[in-house]
Write a protein that binds this ligand. Structure first.
Ligand code: SF4
Ligand code: SF4
Length: 206
């Protein structure tokens, strides 16, 4: 029994002269330690709007919100909204760990998230969508297709949609003629896989 008591006494004396482990927050600003998992935030330059973070969020804190009735060949862009409610977040880090670009969403060191109105606890980001020119189905976000084309490199030339998205960066390409029936040469329009498959079948079998 004697030795533990002496050890505790030594610790007590040492602590009188050492720096405190706790900070003086909220009286003084506090910087969280490295690796702290605080409020997640979107980074527009890295997020491509794929929606993977919404799929892996266990707290249902992230929602991918697309237009209910997307309109094909609409002149103004139609947008996908990624909405993050950080009042529902449990700071697990799944979204950051599974982000396809690795930096689109990141957990910051922000920990002081108290609000009087929970409706204000929202982070969001918008990305332009690519819509099938024939049936109006949403393919994905335009930045997502560009990211895929960059990732695949020359292999992207094997997919007409990726090819078209890459080409539109360089030259203006006409969109599909909605009045006329699409035939085989039209597979180089922005089409969903189902429509492209049907056009091919029709062209071969009539
Ligand atoms: S940290 Fe976890 S709970 Fe919070 S938004 Fe990301 S995946 Fe969802
Ligand atoms: S790029 Fe990352 S942050 Fe953006 S929607 Fe996809 S998974 Fe989420």
């Amino acid at each position: 029994m004697r030795y533990p008591k002496l050890r505790e006494l030594k610790e007590a004396i040492k602590s009188l002269f050492s720096k405190p482990y706790t900070s003086k927050f909220p009286f003084k600003p506090h910087e969280a330690f490295d690796g702290f998992r605080g409020k997640p935030e979107y980074f527009d330059e890295y997020c491509v709007g794929c929606g993977a973070c919404a799929e892996v969020c266990p707290g249902n804190a992230i929602k991918r919100i697309d237009p209910i009735e997307p309109v094909k060949n609409k002149t103004e862009p139609q947008m996908r909204r990624m909405e993050l409610r950080y009042d529902m977040c449990n700071f697990c880090g799944n979204c950051e760990a599974h982000c396809i670009t690795e930096k689109g969403i990141q957990l910051t060191k922000q920990f002081n998230l108290a609000l009087f109105d929970r409706k204000l606890a929202v982070e969001e980001i918008e990305k332009e969508l690519v819509i099938c020119e024939l049936c109006g189905t949403i393919l994905t976000a335009k930045d997502h297709l560009r990211w895929l084309a960059r990732k695949l490199g020359t292999l992207a030339y094997g997919n007409p949609t990726l090819l078209l998205v890459s080409q539109r960066e360089l030259i203006p390409v006409e969109s599909g003629n909605q009045g006329a029936e699409m035939r085989r040469p039209d597979i180089f329009k922005v089409l969903c896989p189902k429509c492209r498959h049907q056009i091919m079948l029709k062209d071969i079998w009539g």
